[in-house]
Design a binder for this molecule. Sequence first.
Ligand SMILES: [Zn+2]
Length: 519
Amino acid sequence: MPLRTAARTRARACACAVAALTATALLATGHPATAAPRADTPDPMNRAFAEAADAYGVPRDLLAAVGYGESRLDGHAGRPSQANGYGVMHLASNPANRSLEKASELTGESAARLRRDTTANILGGAAVLRDHADALGLDAAERRDVNSWYPAVARYSAAEGPAAALYADAVYTFLAEGVSATAPGGEEVLVPSRPVAPDKDAVSASDVYAASPDYPSARWVAAYSGNFVVGRKAAVDKVVIHTTQGSYAGSISWYQNPASKVSAHYTIRSSDGEVTQSVLEKDTAWHAGSTNSSSVGIEHEGYVDNPAWYTEAMYRSSAELTKHLAARYGIPKNRSHIIGHSEAPGADHTDPGPNWDWNHYMELIDGEPGSGGDGLTFPTYTTQQSGSTGPQVKAVQTLLNAQGYQAGAADGSFGPTTKGAVQAFQRARALEADGTVGPKTWTALLSAGTTPALAKGASGDAVKRLQRALTAALGTTVGADGSFGPATETAVRTYQTGRKLSVDGKVGPATWGALQSGK
Ligand SMILES: [Zn+2]
């Protein structure tokens, strides 16, 4: 995303810097963004890799391994990563990495096409890799050997020292172990496993990796000193779970970039759960706005909209770390203290999102189960209907039962009893009684209850109901922290404007009435 001013960033700092709206748009479609190249061929991505490899003399498997490491071959329909990188090859446009502009110069493709068109994006990635190889003086014979490309791959990361080594090592691990990936759209992309012996002359990983000072099994790669604050203003009593919206090495290198103004204490790799620490626990990393001073931030490699990143290895490694932190700081292992970024007060982010399995995670840390703190708070409310299952169905059932509509056991399974209760509720609120819980019914359900006058400075459960209802009504996340601050006031004004109510940013009978009738 475009770089923010320092002032704005300090308030909302987080490495997972895709704005909530973008992530919401990705989620709202209900299926992954395909952006499939060359839809007229049955294997567009394989063809793109083959043709780009040919055109620039880059080994095809190396090219595919770089793409897999960057994006799991998901181009996200041209939407940017946290470091403003695009597409399968993560062509970047930020102060430390201008591979998008370089690719445009080398291929003659426009930046717009390189961002959105997967075939062009892969061609651009190949061109940039070849450019690094040429700068390093690789000759034709060397270019045919994947092992010679290690320093070129390290340069492709635009990172330095350990972060560059992390990046290149990951690519060579994929080459050694092989890749069997399913790209969005269903195409299979394979990289056969092979023995590798990368030429690390220029970038020696063993020399640059250090051990974490706080967590012995982690690596240490320090963030830039201007991207966190030394010391803390509050005792640590929370762990905040994030998704990077970018690759592992890319994120660690982003914390080293003076322009990013973000950092996290720990980052976890998807493929194997490797942990890198970038900020000391005694210091305040910039990852979750006002929660920074009282929390340890853990970033998880991946993108909110693609569940492929959330591997069992990652869950287990992250859970071990959280258990360690809970023991060290006496953090209660419940969903009020082990929270998602989206649940942090004032958060405008959706990570880790609905693909993150909270129940599994809480089980792994021997904590109390939960699906969103109170089970009612979500960054987005999606349509629930007959046949739906999961935590949002459970929330619908809980809300209906609380209002005296007989939805049956809150088991997370949307059957006939739940549908009947939804219809009864809809009739009572003069909504179309179709038995489907869309934005209007969600808004009415989430706001149901008492209607005290609320204004900036108010707090408590009614504020939480207001915040959840606004999230459903507006389709953008309004952090449900129970505290009526400036973000809530802005959301109220937006709602009042959209519903032609008098716009005062306060919640009186007219605004409550509109919300409770699903407007
Ligand atoms: Zn985050």
